[in-house]
Design a protein around this ligand. Structure first.
Ligand code: PMP
Length: 424
């Protein structure tokens, strides 16, 4: 942020929003301390998939809070953790049926890397350029969505290599060509940088979120799976942002018909309570040294109760299907909007309710200042959006999955007015 707003007693390193204080929220609407309504097209960065304060989730939290707040899992388990693990096993792809619960996405990434190294006995991990995986040492090392996040974090952990991620719009090539080039680059890496017998896992976001809603082509994920199978390398799908129904499937990698070996879940699973998980097959999980990991709050009773209610709401209210249907409406409205600015180069992309508009000038320079101005106008007019991409020229939309058609129309109308003011 160019001019950070200083908030007394709050550190600036985490980029606090100094201009907005929210007191209550419901569904896609948030209300500030001046009583103003804001339409939330961020969902707290893909967290409140069931909408703000979903009554079922709130009731589960209230009930569990009265029964038991905390029982450290080393000392005694509780029903919510057992029921949640069983439920997650029933919705996870492939052979994934065993879970390690943690408090944040970053910790799930750390657990996944560590599990892959233990299970394969190999040291190296391949991440993808432009990916975001978190802020703890290992997760930060995997993260290359923006060099700002990495500043002050050196030295990174060793044994991490970076493969290119297909970016057809940025590189001005068709998606299938981008996929083929990146697969070739991976084959080259395995010959020149980290041999297969030294490579434990690939960690990939099937849809890069912070990087700017880059959807990995299905053929790319299928090719990656084939490389993994050929060499005994594990495929770790970071579904922390794209998972829990957001993409129009429970997990985004499922669009490609690919089953990962390991799945990382966070954000949307807790509907706002801090919970994340690393899931894999029993056989792989059993290769992690017994008792080697833990954590005071891992699998907290209230967070697990919220997560169980979240999965029930997603299922019973058909939110995966809703993400598909509403996502298609959002994308078609954004495409119609983008077509009104032929003097600019605009790319509308996404899957389900993970959508973005990338804005470049006709000569392909990133329209960073314009996007900042569009954001500011939308924010002033009660629409909360996210910026993303290393050049901050991408407008990202990740509304709650309960978003209505009318709310999508309202958001696109607000965005359209900002486009008219800034891009013409
Ligand atoms: N992976 C992905 C794909 C994410 O989007 C994020 C958070 N933006 C993380 C990992 C890290 O999660 P957390 O902030 O909960 O540590």
């Amino acid at each position: 942020m160019a001019n950070p707003v200083r908030v007394p007693h709050l550190a600036l390193n985490w980029h606090p929003a100094g201009d907005l204080v929210i007191t209550h929220a419901s569904g896609c609407e948030m209300y500030d301390n001046h009583g103003r309504r804001h339409l939330d097209f961020t969902a707290g960065i893909g967290v409140v998939n069931t909408g703000h304060c979903h009554p079922r989730v709130v009731a589960a939290i209230e009930g569990q809070a009265r029964a038991l707040l905390h029982s450290q899992s080393y000392i005694a388990l509780h029903p919510p953790i057992l029921n949640l693990a069983k439920k997650l096993a029933s919705v996870s792809p492939g052979a994934i049926d065993t879970f390690f619960f943690v408090n944040s996405g970053s910790e799930a990434v750390e657990a996944g890397m560590r599990m892959a190294r233990s299970a394969t006995g190999r040291p190296n991990i391949i991440a993808f350029q432009g990916g975001f995986h978190g802020r703890t040492a290992g997760a930060m090392t995997l993260t290359t969505s923006n060099a700002t996040y990495r500043s002050g974090a050196l030295p990174f952990i060793s044994g991490v290599y970076y493969a290119p991620f297909p970016l057809p719009f940025r590189h001005r090539i068709p998606a299938d060509e981008a996929a083929a080039r990146c697969l070739q680059a991976i084959e080259d890496m395995l010959g020149t940088q980290t041999r297969p017998e030294h490579t434990a896992a690939f960690v990939i976001e099937p849809i890069q979120g912070e990087g700017g809603i880059h959807v990995a082509p299905d053929a790319f994920l299928q090719g990656l799976r084939e490389i993994c199978d050929r060499h005994g390398i594990l495929l770790i799908s970071d579904e922390i942002q794209a998972g829990c129904g957001r993409s129009g499937r429970m997990f985004a990698i499922e669009h490609a018909g690919v089953a990962p070996d390991v799945i990382l879940i966070g954000k949307g699973i807790g509907s706002g309570l801090p919970l994340a998980a690393m899931g894999t097959s029993r056989a792989l999980m059993d290769r992690v040294p017994y008792g080697s990991q833990g954590g005071t709050y891992n699998g907290n009773a209230v967070a697990c109760a919220a997560a169980l209610a979240t999965l029930e709401v997603i299922e019973e209210e058909g939110l995966v299907q809703a993400a598909c249907k509403m996502g298609a409406h959002l994308l078609s409205r954004l495409m119609a909007l983008a077509s009104q600015f032929p003097g600019m180069s605009l790319d509308v992309r996404g899957r389900g309710l993970m959508a973005a508009v990338e804005i470049r000038h006709a000569d392909h320079r990133p329209a960073t200042a314009e996007v900042e101005s569009i954001h500011a106008r939308c924010r002033k007019n009660g629409l909360l959006l996210l910026a993303s991409g290393q050049e901050a020229n991408i407008i990202r939309m990740t509304p709650p999955l309960v978003v209505t058609r009318a709310e999508i129309d309202e958001a696109v109308d607000t965005l359209s007015a900002a486009f008219d003011a800034v891009l013409t």
